[in-house]
Design a protein around this ligand. Structure first.
Ligand code: SF4
Length: 141
């Protein structure tokens, strides 16, 4: 079982969440338990790895994963597609935005079409989509 994160990391993650919801025009999940669980996981990873690595994925080697930027919160999926599979950054109703996801992405079949209520905010890496996707694909698995 993982140890409790330090207060310092919990605070840093809380600040990250508050800042990114504002920047992206998203909300934290209305079920506080969901948000708390993701915050805890991010803070644990911050303590363990020095970066808030996404806690909702499996990594064969977490330390090696940190060398890539892909899954450090807010991850590439969030910054390119505004999609948070952890359900941390969602619409006011608690749904992850799927509007910008590529065709065939599982988010479409799970949640259907969820429009972005604030299209003028977020997605700072949308213009780097091809480059970042290529980086992701070229990685050794
Ligand atoms: S899916 Fe991305 S944005 Fe959402 S909590 Fe994980 S790293 Fe953060």
């Amino acid at each position: 079982m993982k140890s409790e994160p330090t207060e310092k990391s919990m605070f840093r993650v809380e600040k990250l969440i508050a800042s990114y919801t504002k920047k992206s025009g998203t909300f934290t999940h209305p079920d506080k338990q969901v948000t708390d669980a993701v915050q805890l996981g991010l803070a644990q990873n911050l303590d363990e790895l020095g970066k808030p690595l996404c806690p909702c994925r499996f990594y064969p080697d977490k330390k090696a994963e940190v060398e890539h930027r892909t899954w450090i919160c807010p991850c590439d999926d969030m910054q390119i597609y505004k999609y948070c599979h952890c359900m941390l950054f969602v619409t006011e109703d608690g749904l992850p935005i799927t509007q910008y996801l590529p065709e065939g992405h599982e988010g479409h079949s799970i949640y259907g079409e969820v429009k972005d209520p604030t299209p003028e905010l977020g997605r700072p890496l949308q213009d780097k989509r091809e480059e970042r996707e290529k980086e992701r694909q070229d990685r050794p698995s």
